[in-house]
Structure formats: structure tokens, C-alpha cells
Design a protein around this ligand. Structure first.
Ligand code: 2P0
Length: 324
């Protein structure tokens, strides 16, 4: 069997996924919508090899420990089973995330692994099926199968909770990633969202509000209304962080420089430069902007941040098999 390398890009949610209705199947409590980015991606290959004793996983050229390998093995079993394959696999993965970008790589990582497993098992899964499989590895990976703006539909069961492409984002869209801190977070998204669902009194309000935001942002995207899209993005992200603050114990991923970045975005807007922020389960700030304004915005951020903390990303493409 030939070994094929598969590439998947990461994505940033404009309408956030924060909470599951089924922990095991990774079924979300609400639908979400993201923008796939070109600047950050993972390349992965899977090769089944009956001459090795067990699954062997290299990440960025480094042999991984049992915990990381088990996670990959369990995920690969989802593909081995329908393919009737029992051999161990050699998995090689490389994360192309600029040094110290501090962005979670589980979205691109699990999406690329799903694609590589599909190739190695010759299952010939459709993108929709791959999205569904990727979901079982990590929620946000569901969306990384497609490029541009992508919706992860919560669905009614495990068989219809997958992503669908919404728009190719080929209309002067960019994102400035402001790296406030690249340290590993203390509370994982998985733990953080679980506790928020369980304890935050704001959670029911979040679900109601995010469903409305999703409908409205899709209208804005379809009509290429950048301002409306940005306003909904900023508001939705803040509401997600609001639900976390209401959890017990309260959860916050913000750092002082996160607030500095958010204030700068507001200031730029007052000066007539349209841009909007969002934040995920970490202190870094992502600024949604016109691609044609991104250099100007980056320059303004350089008054507060080092230039290696500032990365401009364009919309990225979906999962693809690279020719060896
Ligand atoms: C998102 N995040 O929509 C949200 C916003 C973080 C904040 O998806 O448990 O690594 O593997 O499904 O996908 C990060 O959570 O969590 C995430 P699991 P995941 O992008």
C-alpha cells in the first residue's frame, strides 16, 4: 500500500463550540461556524506495517509517549475496523504552526489523521464522512475538513453531526493572530467546557443566543456583509467567555495583554478601520479583518507587541492529499 501524506489546516470559530451533549460521541450542544486558515496546518501519513509490534507515532520527528500514542491508536481503530485491518501503524505527523504561535493543533491534527487513515485503509470516505470521523477525534476537527467558512451542524445523532462548507471566503477576508502567550493551557478545552455545561447558570442563555447568532452570521456571510459578520463574531466570542466566568470554579483564559489587544481593536475601529476580535480557550486574540487592511493593522499592533507575536493568515483550503 502506498503511503500518502494528507494536509489539514486549522480553523478559528466565529460562532463557538463550547459544550457537548454527548461526551463520548463528541456531539456538540450547539452548532458552530469557523474560518479555516492557510497559515497553520498539519501533514500526516499513516502506514500499516505488520512487522512492527505496536502503533508508533512520531510528531515533528519525535517518538511520542504512550498517552499520546493511545489517543491516536483509538482513533485509528475507527478506520481499521470497517477496513478489516489488524496491523499496527506507523504514524508520522508534522505541525506547521509558526514557532510559539500557541494555537491548538487538535483541529488540524485530527482532521489530517482522519484523511491519512482514510488513504491508508482505502476506505474512500466522502468529505462528509471524514468530517464525521474527525469529530470523534476532536470537535473542532470536524470543521477542518473544509476550507473557507464552515458550519458544524449539531445534528440529531452521531450520524448527522458533521460540517458543511458555507462559503469559500474568497472576498477580502483575513485574520491577524496576536500571540499573547504560547504556554500550554492549564485547563483543557475538554475539561473547561464540561465544567461550564455542568455549573454555569448562564449556559442556557448561551445556547439560546448562539443559535440566533449562527442564523444571523450566515446571512451576513452570504451577503458579504463584513461589518455584520464581525459584530456577531465579537459578540459571540465574548458570550462564550461570559458563560465560562459563570462556571464554578470560574474559568478565564485571559491575560492582561489579551485585554490590551482587544482595546486596540476597539480603538482601530473608532479610527475607521473595520476589525473585530475573538478569543478561544487561551489568551491569544484573533482579529478578523479585511485582508487588504491586515498589514496596516499589524503595524499598529507592533506598537504593543513584537512582530513575531503577530501572524497574518488568509482563508485556508480544505483537507487535501499531497502527492508524494
Ligand atoms: C471552537 N474551541 O469552536 C471552540 C471555541 C475552543 C473555544 O473547539 O473536546 O479541542 O476535542 O471536542 O475541539 C476547542 O475544543 O474539544 C474548541 P474536544 P476541542 O473552536
Amino acid at each position: 500500500m502506498t503511503e500518502k501524506k494528507v494536509r489539514a489546516h486549522t480553523n478559528i470559530a466565529l460562532i463557538k463550540y463550547w459544550g457537548k451533549r454527548d461526551e463520548k460521541l463528541i456531539l456538540p450542544a450547539s452548532s458552530s461556524l469557523s474560518l479555516t486558515l492557510d497559515a497553520f496546518y498539519t501533514d500526516t501519513s499513516v502506514a500499516f506495517d505488520s512487522s512492527i509490534q505496536q502503533d508508533t507515532f512520531y510528531l515533528n520527528g519525535v517518538l511520542q509517549n504512550d498517552v499520546a500514542t493511545k489517543k491516536v491508536s483509538h482513533f485509528l481503530d475507527l478506520f481499521r475496523k470497517p477496513a478489516g485491518i489488524h496491523s499496527p501503524a506507523l504514524i508520522k505527523s508534522t505541525n506547521f504552526v509558526p514557532t510559539a504561535a500557541g494555537l491548538a493543533s487538535s483541529a488540524s491534527g485530527m482532521a489530517a489523521l482522519a484523511g491519512a487513515a482514510n488513504e491508508a485503509c482505502n476506505l474512500q470516505l466522502t468529505k462528509r464522512e471524514l468530517s464525521l470521523f474527525a469529530r470523534k477525534g476532536s470537535g473542532s476537527a470536524t470543521r477542518s475538513i473544509y476550507g473557507g467558512f464552515v458550519e458544524w451542524q449539531m445534528g440529531t445523532s452521531s450520524t448527522d453531526s458533521y460540517a458543511v462548507p458555507i462559503d469559500d471566503a474568497d472576498w477580502d477576508i483575513g485574520m491577524l493572530v496576536v500571540v499573547v502567550n504560547s504556554r500550554q493551557k492549564e485547563i483543557s478545552s475538554r475539561e473547561g467546557m464540561k465544567n461550564t455545561v455542568k455549573t454555569s447558570p448562564f449556559y442556557s442563555g448561551w445556547l439560546e443566543s448562539t443559535a440566533k447568532d449562527l442564523i444571523e452570521i450566515k446571512d451576513a456571510i452570504y451577503s458579504h456583509d463584513f461589518q455584520k459578520m464581525g459584530e456577531i463574531t465579537e459578540s459571540n466570542g465574548m458570550k462564550m467567555h461570559g458563560t465560562m466566568l459563570g462556571a464554578n470554579p470560574p474559568l478565564s483564559y485571559w491575560e492582561p495583554d489579551s485585554v490590551v489587544a482587544m482595546q486596540l481593536v476597539r480603538q482601530l475601529r473608532q479610527e475607521g478601520l473595520p476589525c473585530y476580535f475573538t478569543m478561544d480557550a487561551g489568551p491569544n486574540v484573533k482579529v478578523l479583518c479585511r485582508l487588504t487592511d491586515s498589514d496596516k493593522i499589524k503595524k499598529r499592533f507592533e506598537t504593543h507587541f513584537d512582530s513575531d507575536q503577530l501572524i497574518i493568515a488568509k482563508p485556508g483550503e480544505g483537507l487535501k492529499v499531497l502527492s508524494e
